[in-house]
Design a protein around this ligand. Sequence first.
Ligand SMILES: Nc1ncnc2c1ncn2[C@@H]1O[C@H](COP(=O)(O)OP(=O)(O)OP(=O)(O)O)[C@@H](O)[C@H]1O
Ligand SMILES: [Mg+2]
Length: 242
Amino acid sequence: MQNSIYSSKSPQSNRTVIGELIETSKIFRSGKTEIVALQKANLKIRKGEVVLIIGPSGSGKTTLLSLLGCVMYPTEGCVCINGINTRELNDREMAELRLKTIGFVFQNFNLISPLNSEDNIRVPLLLNRLPKEIVRDKVNLALQLVKLDQRRKSLPKQLSGGEQQRVAIARAIVNNPPLVLCDEPTASLDNNSIKIVLKELRSLADNGKAVAIVTHDQRLNQYADRIIRIENGVLKELSERK
Ligand SMILES: Nc1ncnc2c1ncn2[C@@H]1O[C@H](COP(=O)(O)OP(=O)(O)OP(=O)(O)O)[C@@H](O)[C@H]1O
Ligand SMILES: [Mg+2]
């Protein structure tokens, strides 16, 4: 089955596409069992937009985001990031593309446990060979954005769930990537932190980034340009703010 969720009348449709799925599917196989996590789908995520991805547990949201984030290869079809077909990249090139182009906030944070907050946030900057002062300034800015300057030396296990989530968000945006993907970024946050984080993600989009957010949280709708629903691995509908 194929799903195209884009309307040709989309007001956003003349904007540069950063992330694209073309006839992309993902099937997990173990022994004789086959789980179709994502049915063949087409999707474009463009510069300047915040896209929400919603759907029930197990419907394929993390799979969709992981494909866009180059964390996994598709079973069929293509994933294109900035016009580059990831099938043509080897593992090292894929890792480099991921590091330079994509900021990923994982559902379970994926912080590196022996590293404190500032060292976790610094990780995406390490391969860029930037001068030390620039790295320090970028890390400081990201820490301030998520209001965690006071906890810069804390290890993940010393932080609350919401604080770990904010470190993960700071790490995802520290490199200023054109594509920001967030898997339930507000699940552990209080109202005030949600506002701070979503305003920041909204302003990233307003400054030309593409932002995709998996969420169950309807409070996020007001920050979105489009909402995509996924059910049983099928991308179902698109709503757009006019
Ligand atoms: N590595 C894997 N191996 C086998 N099956 C998997 C794997 N990852 C995901 N799945 C299956 O694919 C389907 C989609 O999973 P996915 O994690 O994308 O759901 P989700 O919408 O993110 O759910 P949740 O809201 O609970 O996070 C589920 O049935 C899941 O069990
Ligand atoms: Mg998930």
